[in-house]
Every structure is written in C-alpha cells, then in structure tokens.
Design a protein around this ligand. Structure first.
Ligand code: GCV
Length: 714
C-alpha cells in the first residue's frame, strides 16, 4: 500500500517543494531550527544513503506513527532531491523498517528479548540486519514513542553525515522526566524571557491552535524532551481555572503524539478565596477557602477535586511544579508547616492519577542563616525521607542563582531518600540574555561531571540525578526555557544550540559538549567540515569568556539589579541585602571575596570530604571558586605567581579578548553560512563585544578603588 499523505504530510510536502528550490539563497533565518530539510551536498554520502534507503515501511497506525511517516517522507525526499516511498506495509523492497515487535512479529526473535527489555518504554534500537533475506535497517522500540525518538536519531545521523554500514545502536534515556520549564505568564510576557512574547497565545486558545505549537513539539521530540511546564513558577492561580485548563488541554492534545506531557506551576494559595486577597501579596486564589493550610482537610479536598478536574481534561497530565515560601510566593510555612507537608498534600491529590510534584528548593529566608548560599540546604536536608514517593525536590545547579559560575549545590548527594531533580537555566538571565553568544553545554557538563563524593569517589552530580547513586525510584531534569515567539525562537540564533544541548544532555548526560555542538552546527549551519570546526571551537570557549568578563575567580552576583544584564558592582541596599552586589563581593581595601570557610560562614561544611577541606583552604580551593569561598588580600599570591589583583585583571581581559576573537572568527565566515543568520549574528556580536567591554571596564574601575593598583592588561 502506497502511503497517503495526511494533512501534516501536505505541510511537509510543501516544505519538500521549498527544499527542492533550496539553494544557499533560501533562508529561514533560524526559524527551522536544527530541523532543516536540506539536500545532501556530499556526493559519496548521497550515493550511499540513496542506495541503502529508498523504500520506508512504518507500519503502526497511531498519530505518532503518522508523524514518523511524514517526517521520513519529507526529510528523505528533500535530502535526495527526489520523491521516495513511505509505506505502511512491509514489502520485499522495504529497506528501512520502523516498527515495534507488536506491529511486526518477528522483530522480537531477531533482536532478542533482553535487548528490548534494556531500552524500556522510551528507548530504541537501530540495527542493520537481514529481513526476508534483504539487507535492511530496522528501527525498533517497545512503544511508538521510542520509534519516534529512533526516527529522529536516524535522521540526525543522515544530517550529520554518518555512515550507515553495519549499524548497532541501542539508546535509552538516562533520565525519566526531561522537562522544559516555561516562565510564561497569563499576559503573554515571559519572566527572564529574551525572545519575544510567550509562544502560548492564551487569548486565542482553545479555539485557535497556532501552527507553531506543533513545530515546538516536533523540535522537542527530536531531542527527547518529554514534558513541558507551561507557566511561570511565580504562578498565577488563574491557570487552574476551568477556562485556562481548557486552553492547556488543547496544547496537551497537540503535544501528545510527540510524547510530550503537560505540567503546570501552581500557586500554593490557589484554594483561597479572592476576598481574602491581600493587595501586593501573591496570595490571591481562585477557591472559596479562607486559607491554604496543607493540614486543613478542606484544603486537601480542594486539591483532590482540582486534580480530578485536571485529569478529566488532560488524562496524561504530568503534575505540579511549585515555588513556595520564596520571593513572596506563598507556601506552607505561613501556617507553621514544612515544605514536606505542602508537597505531600499535593502529591496525595495527584497520586491516584500518576502525577508528580516538583517542589523547588530555591528558598533563601534570611532568618535561616546570614549566608544565602547555605539556606536551601539547611531547610531541605532535615526533611529527607519525609516526602511522599511522587515528590521531587527540584534544585538549581548552584546554591545561589544560575550565576555564570557557581560551585555545585551542596544538596546534591545530601538527600539520598528524596529524588532530586536538577534545574538548569537555558534562558541566559545572568549570561547576557539573548545578546551574548554563550554556549552553555560546557557549563552544564562542568556541573554534571562534578564529583560530589557523597558516597566516595565517583559520586557525580549526574549519578545523583540519574538515580544510580541513591537508587531513586524516579529521575528528572528541567531546563528553564529560552523560547519565545521570535522568528528564530530564542532571540539569538546561537541560543538555539542551548535548547538543543539541554535536550541532548537530558537524554544522555555522557555526550560531550563538543559532540553536541558539532551535531547542532551540521544540522543548523553547514555541512562543511572546516567551517563546522571553526564554529565549534568558537562556541566551546564562549562560556569561560563570559565568566571571565563578568565574574572571574568565583566572584558572583554583581549584575545590574532587577534587569540582570550589565554590571553593577556598587549596588547596595539596606533592606535587600542578599540582592546587593556588595554583600557578595565584600570588596574593601583589605581584599575581596565572600568568606565561606570554617572561620567565615562555614558553607564549606555542607560539602562532602574531601571537598569541604579543599574548599576550606585558599591553597587547595580551585581558583575558579576562590572568591566564592574566600576573602583574600589583593596581594594574595596566585598559583601563577601573580598577585590576586593582577590575575583578576588578566581574567577580565582574557574574557574580552575572546569576544574579539569571536567577532573576527564570525567575520571570516561571511558567505559560508546563511546570509540572514550571518547578519543577525554579526549585529548581536557587535553589541556583545561592546557590552563585554562595559563589564570589564566597570568592574575593574570599581574594584580598583579598593585595590588601589594599576590595571594590568598583560
Ligand atoms: C521565576 C531568580 C529570578 C526570578 C525567578 C527566580 C526563581 O530570582 O531573577 O525571576 O523567578 O530566580 O527561580 O524562582
């Protein structure tokens, strides 16, 4: 049976027609992300691929299998520059077979039960083999979802020029919940969003379904993301009204065939009646109760009924994300209850439907400890073992707040009985918004590979969150989204690489940052090896450069108050101490840095040995964290033999030198990458360069007042 095109197929067919005309002059200006339909330029590869794959069989009948057929047809036709066959039934000429063992009996025998068991519900196998005596490539999985992941993986292999001979790939995600967290609001704004307005058009939903919802789901599925928290953690209770649940349900319908579940951030005061609303406080609910005390039976019932209502509309709803008792958000502590009491109440409401609670550890109540970096650990570690089994504690990578560099959050490893979910920030709140070109994968790898020593050597952060260290029963990772309704989705074209890298690392944290960059570049920018290498090397150094021109040697939190873009090292405010720069850098004529050693705030004690001892002494503390843990004189002698002040200056200059290098590198690529992307990135880089100088000069001039020394440049 010849495959008939679905509606989506027709859209893809249009893309195919576009792709046939796609010469270098065609430009999507970044709109098509890493999913561009493009012809294969390398003749040998083209010959290999087209001789091996010309008749595709995708036998399943689900909406997901239909998506796979549409994708295969559009991609392959476009890559070859000619029409190919995608069938629903197997024939002697099938050479790419995409099916589960249920859809095609015989697969189980060929592949083996143990291999199929290994890949679980979401994994896939891609294997060269003989089928009815013909050489074929088989993509198989237990579920259609795994087939879709396998199909995208296979297409990625083609897009990145991999050989198709003798393939044996088995892949399964190392982490179960791989979510994007959107900080999107009812009014269409995005907190810390730098790529336009929210993608979700709440005023149009549920009647009008924007075409980009599907593109968004497709992009996420192509990198293995399987869940989306739709709204800001500073949650407006409106999202739990029937009106908004109906809107969310429509998005869930679009996302479902792509294997993406919808989650919501909830406001802990939601059950409270509006008549109890206190102006200026985020305690404004949609219920009819006087309080939201988690031990009040009426409040518990309210959440149970709300959960039941949600699941009637969204049967595969994922669960709730909660920011409580943090930055004016309400929480259980208002009633003298603990975070565990609050989380468990919600967990109980969701449990009958299989939903989870992601309770954030981002709390920093000044009454807990004068050092902000210590507070979350102090509040949460004593609660280990008290959370219900469907509760995650979701923690940012570092103990303060997504700074360009922080040491790992000491909670990781310290809560063996509570599944910890890692929260990374894809949006560049503190790393130059969507103006600075900063590839974040090297930073995320630095965290993931950090050895916490929680159970001796080898207790990496990744082994905590993938559950292998403490045998967590569920595992998760979240990325605060950098996506908006800008044409190129992420504001800066290169910020797409961060969305891409987050998904790839969430699937497999062992991939290297280099490998991920290389894939992204080849799919998004060029098939030319030497151009790809130049761009990859430029990206790889960009995060360290950002650390250097913003906050070198462990310095942190000296950005512009509120806006968080430029530098403001002088910022001081009597009543908001832990939001001021001076609280963090503590610069004076006697030196600079926050003393968190055993004779200071003793934050070092929250780490496992040998880190607590290493961090405790400036001699053994890695210099990248020096001023995070120590207050040192300007004359302190660094490992290089230079003084701290000299080294400090050189780091600032190294940062801006690297940006100069990026500007020059990019200039050299004119004509070798898409013109529109070239222009947009060039403009961003000019601004990036100017603003990196501003960071360097503002900081050095400010700190020079204390060091009273000449600024050294080399
Ligand atoms: C969503 C930082 C950001 C806030 C954000 C908060 C959080 O403080 O500046 O915009 O609020 O982190 O993660 O909850």
């Amino acid at each position: 049976m010849r495959f008939c095109l679905s509606r989506a197929g027709i859209i893809l067919l249009i893309c195919f027609l576009q792709c046939s005309n796609m010469a270098k002059s065609h430009s999507d200006c970044g709109h098509d992300l890493w999913l561009k339909y493009q012809k294969i330029e390398n003749k040998d590869l083209l010959e290999q691929y087209s001789s091996m794959i010309s008749v595709v069989c995708v036998s399943g009948s689900s909406a997901t299998c239909q998506i796979i057929r549409d994708e295969m047809y559009a991609w392959l036709s476009c890559m070859y520059g000619e029409d190919i066959l995608v069938n629903t039934s197997l024939s002697e000429s099938s050479d790419l077979i995409i099916a589960t063992p249920k859809q095609l009996p015989g697969i189980e025998k060929q592949i083996g039960k143990s291999q199929l068991a290994y890949i679980g519900d979401e994994g896939f196998i891609i294997q060269s083999m003989k089928f009815i005596d013909n050489p074929v490539i088989l993509i198989t999985a237990s579920q259609d979802q795994g087939l879709l992941y396998g199909a995208f993986h296979f297409l990625r292999m083609l897009q990145t020029g991999r050989d198709l001979y003798d393939i044996h790939i088995m892949s399964r995600p190392k982490i179960q919940y791989r979510l994007l967290n959107h900080w999107d609001n009812v009014d269409g704004s995005v907190e810390r969003g730098y790529a336009g307005k929210s993608l979700w058009k709440w005023d149009e939903l549920p009647d009008r379904i924007d075409l980009r919802y599907k593109d968004y789901a497709r992009a996420n599925a192509s990198i293995g993301i399987n869940g989306v928290v739709l709204n800001n953690v500073n949650a407006n209770p409106t999202f739990l009204t029937l009106e908004y649940l109906n809107k969310a349900a429509k998005l869930a319908d679009v996302f479902r065939p792509y294997g993406i579940r919808v989650f919501l951030s909830v406001n802990f005061s939601s059950p409270i009646s509006a008549k109890f609303h206190i102006e200026g406080n985020r305690r404004a609910g949609i219920g009819d109760l006087p309080d939201s005390d988690p031990l009040n039976p009426d409040v518990r019932m309210w959440w149970k009924e709300k959960a039941a209502e949600i699941y009637r509309l969204i049967p595969d709803f994922g669960g709730f994300l909660v920011k409580a008792n943090s930055e004016s958000m309400p929480g259980p502590q208002e009633y003298g209850r603990t975070h565990a009491d609050g989380a468990n109440m919600l967990a109980e409401a969701l449990a009958p439907f299989g939903g989870v609670v992601m309770w954030r550890s981002f709390v920093y109540n000044a009454n807990v400890d004068p050092d902000r970096a210590k507070r979350a650990y102090m509040e949460f570690v004593p609660l280990d073992g008290q959370f219900k089994s469907n509760v995650f504690v979701q923690s940012k990578n570092g103990p303060v707040d997504f700074q360009p560099r922080e040491p790992v959050h000491p909670l990781f490893g310290a809560m063996p009985q509570t599944p910890l979910m890692l929260e990374l920030q894809i949006t560049q709140e503190y790393l130059g918004h969507s103006t600075h070109l900063v590839y974040l994968a090297p930073m995320w790898k630095e965290y993931l590979q950090f050895d916490t020593h929680a159970k001796g050597e080898g207790s990496t952060l990744s082994s905590v969150i993938d559950g292998s260290l403490h045998d967590y029963k569920m595992t998760g990772i979240a990325g605060v989204s950098n996506i908006g309704d800008d044409t190129n989705w992420t504001g800066h074209f290169f910020a797409q690489a961060n969305w891409y890298a987050f998904g790839r690392l969430a699937w497999d944290h062992e991939l290297t940052a280099e490998q991920i960059a290389d894939e992204w570049i080849r799919m998004s920018l060029t098939q030319d090896d030497s151009v790809a290498n130049i761009i990859q090397s430029m990206m790889m150094g960009s995060r360290e450069a950002c650390v250097n021109y913003m906050t070198p040697l462990g310095l942190h939190h000296i950005m512009q108050a509120g806006f968080h873009y430029g530098p403001q090292p002088s910022f001081a405010h009597a009543s908001r101490l832990d939001w001021t720069s001076v609280y963090y850098h503590k610069a004076g004529t006697n030196g600079i840095g926050f003393d968190r050693s055993s004779t200071g705030s003793n934050a070092v004690s929250q780490y496992f040995s040998p880190w607590k001892e290493r961090f405790n002494s400036p001699d053994t503390c890695p210099e990248i964290y020096l001023l995070w843990f120590h207050h040192l004189p300007w004359t302190y002698s660094m490992k290089s033999g230079r003084t701290l002040w000299e080294e400090f200056c050189l780091h600032y200059y190294a940062g801006t030198d690297y940006v100069d290098h990026m500007v020059e590198t990019w200039k050299s690529l004119q004509g070798q990458v898409d013109d529109c992307i070239y222009q947009e990135v060039s403009e961003k880089l000019i601004k990036h360069q100017q603003d990196a100088y501003v960071w360097r000069d503002t900081c050095l001039k400010y700190f020079q007042k204390f060091s009273q020394r000449e600024i050294v440049q080399e």
